[in-house]
Design a protein around this ligand. Structure first.
Ligand code: NAD
Length: 327
């Protein structure tokens, strides 16, 4: 297939691009590098340096694209509360422009990066796709709006659409000398922050709350290896059907507490990891765990790297070679 990957210079988009190229697809990456990294761009893919608002420049009717995988977005939930206009414009207005371009160019299928943040505080665990959607931050709301636009697009114009709602993505893609991993700035994700602390680049790790009703009092989150996540995109591309919008949660269905993550980071790095317990953060649910039963059933998706040791081990291998050993 000829595929457009938006956000292909980012963490997840660059791993999916790699898997698509490995599978023999032709890939064009649309990314203006606002948060991505030039080195993460696959040399075999064609790179277009443009915002998704200008997607029609690439998705022309004669260009012959078979599908779009849409990762480009701003992803920091905290920032989305203080700069909401930026999130609505980038994530929602930009995505609507992309959907317009998809329609005008007659592109048959689209896979969208949605998020667990659309659910807000869960009323049932593990969380199924049918759970109440009540985002507690602007980021989640901007993503839910795009999910809804895709439902309309499939119904009104026959698009084959798939939304994949990721829980916490972790780990790295490693093959020989090639390593693709996570580098957000500022970093808000627990595992890369813990690696920063273990390697001495940050002083200590803050655990927000240790009095939640969980096994050790810290929050439980569902982690998914980026390579398992990436494989789900290839499955979604082949199962997408015209006029249908399918939505799948992607997680392991088993959560890990923040303390369990810290312990595994200590074990894998072999380094001390100073921790400070801080007050709970507003709006942080005690437990967020996905039901991925639908993805398993309909996509035939099975996670191959479900353990924290898989994820932290691969993240550390990337971190050592691409973060610590580089300026
Ligand atoms: N990382 C996670 O744990 C996680 C969890 C749930 C959902 N997601 C979703 O997955 C997707 C990818 O996340 P990531 O962690 O790879 O983020 P990332 O910041 O590493 O990558 C995003 C990429 O999109 C590009 N981009 C952003 N806005 C753009 C725009 N308007 N025009 C062109 N390019 C633009 C950036 O330059 C960057 O390369 C996002 O849509 C995010 O909401 C991520």
């Amino acid at each position: 297939m000829k595929l457009l990957v938006t956000g292909g210079a980012g963490y997840i988009g660059s791993v999916v691009t790699r898997l698509l190229l490995d599978a023999g697809h032709e890939v064009v990456v649309l990314d203006d590098l606002r948060t991505g990294h030039r080195e993460a761009l696959a040399p075999e893919a064609t790179w277009v340096d443009a915002p998704i608002h200008d997607a029609a420049r690439v998705l022309t009717p004669g260009a012959g694209f078979d599908g779009v995988l849409h990762f480009a977005a701003l992803i920091a939930a905290g920032e989305s509360m203080v700069r909401p206009e930026l999130y609505w414009d980038t994530n929602t207005v930009g995505s609507l422009a992309l959907i317009d371009a998809v329609r005008a160019a007659g592109v048959p299928r689209m896979v969208f990066s949605s998020t667990a943040a659309v659910y807000g505080n869960p009323v049932e665990l593990p969380i199924p796709e049918t759970a109440v959607k009540a985002p507690t931050n602007t980021y989640g709301a901007t993503k839910l709006a795009v999910d809804m636009a895709l439902t309309s697009e499939a119904f009104g114009h026959g698009l084959a659409a798939v939304s994949l709602r990721y829980f916490n993505v972790a780990g790295a893609y490693l093959r020989g000398d090639l390593a693709i991993g996570e580098r957000h700035d500022p970093e808000t994700h627990l595992i890369p922050i813990a690696l920063d602390v273990a390697s001495g680049r940050r002083e200590k790790l803050q655990l927000f709350g240790d009095d939640y009703p969980t096994v050790d009092g810290t929050c439980v989150r569902d982690y998914i290896h980026v390579e398992d996540l990436a494989r789900a995109h290839l499955l979604a591309l082949t199962t997408a059907a015209p006029g249908r919008h399918r939505i799948y949660n992607l997680g392991n269905g088993a959560g890990f507490t923040n303390r369990q993550v810290v312990d595994v980071v200590r074990e894998i790095t072999g380094r001390p990891l100073p921790v400070e317990v801080a007050p709970r953060r507003e709006g942080d649910p005690a437990e967020l765990v996905a039901s991925s039963a639908l993805a398993r059933e309909e996509l035939g998706w099975v996670p191959e790297k479900p353990t924290l040791h898989d994820m932290v081990g691969d993240a550390w291998a990337f971190y050592r070679t691409h973060v610590l050993e580089r300026p």
